[in-house]
Design a protein around this ligand. Structure first.
Ligand SMILES: [Fe+2]
Ligand SMILES: [Fe+2]
Length: 229
């Protein structure tokens, strides 16, 4: 991966030891890559691997956005925010992989984003948010993360509203429901604010960093899938 295009091709073919790779990649990015890659490996036998790409891409985008929002709002556990974004729609993946017929029927009937949850309940008796939360519980993830996933479409979290909100808005932001400024306003209405001393310049920098992170999702996806190719 340190040799891949994700790192701009600067190091292509030059990194030949684990030690050097860690220096290039850095520990934080390494943690993200390990998390992302191990999640791909969990589903590596899926026959649907190609058609799952948009979902993976959305998940990584959401993880990267959640991590950057955690930084903006001084939420300390940035890793947890990334993980929440990465796995929040894992229930969708389960539906697509294990109930392909019902998934196809669901897709045919869903006209707007708001309808999806109701139809899932009708077709499967559970929503993808509830399935994802059950999986996170099975994997022994912390309660706060399980709750954030369970309520990523209804905002009904209580244990850790900060994490819940970061995931909720990161998801909607990467889906293009609103722009950066509107997102800041929504956070403010909910009682969360960026640092007081930030001026327009700092805000612009934060916005650029957020966009830059999100734009990396596709190459991160390619790098993380590399071992399967
Ligand atoms: Fe979702
Ligand atoms: Fe989502």
């Amino acid at each position: 991966m340190a040799n891949s295009a994700y790192y701009g091709g600067r190091t292509a073919g030059k990194v030949n030891s684990v030690h050097h790779a860690i220096v290039i990649i850095g520990f934080d990015a390494l943690k993200e890559i390990i998390l992302t890659t191990s999640l791909f490996h969990t589903f590596k036998d899926s026959k649907e691997i190609k058609s799952l790409r948009p979902l993976w891409q959305h998940s990584i985008e959401c993880g990267l956005a959640a991590k950057r929002l955690a930084w903006v709002f001084r939420y300390e556990a940035m890793d947890e925010a990334y993980l929440a974004g990465l796995i929040h729609d894992i229930g969708r993946l389960v539906i697509q992989q294990y109930f392909p017929e019902r998934f196809a029927a669901l897709k045919r009937q869903t006209k707007g984003a708001g309808e999806e949850i109701g139809l899932e309940r009708e077709f499967l008796g559970m929503t993808h948010a509830e399935i994802g939360a059950r999986m996170a519980a099975q994997w022994n993830f912390p309660e706060t993360l399980i709750e954030a996933i369970a309520h990523h479409h209804d905002g009904g979290w209580q244990l850790n509203p900060q994490l819940g909100r970061i995931l909720f808005y990161a998801d909607q932001f990467v889906l293009g429901m609103f722009d950066f400024q509107k997102m800041l306003d929504l956070f403010r209405q909910d009682g969360m604010n960026y640092p007081m001393n930030w001026k327009d310049e700092e805000l612009k920098k934060a916005q650029d960093m957020l966009q830059e992170e999100i734009s990396k999702a596709s190459s991160m996806l390619d790098s993380s899938q590399a071992p399967n190719n």
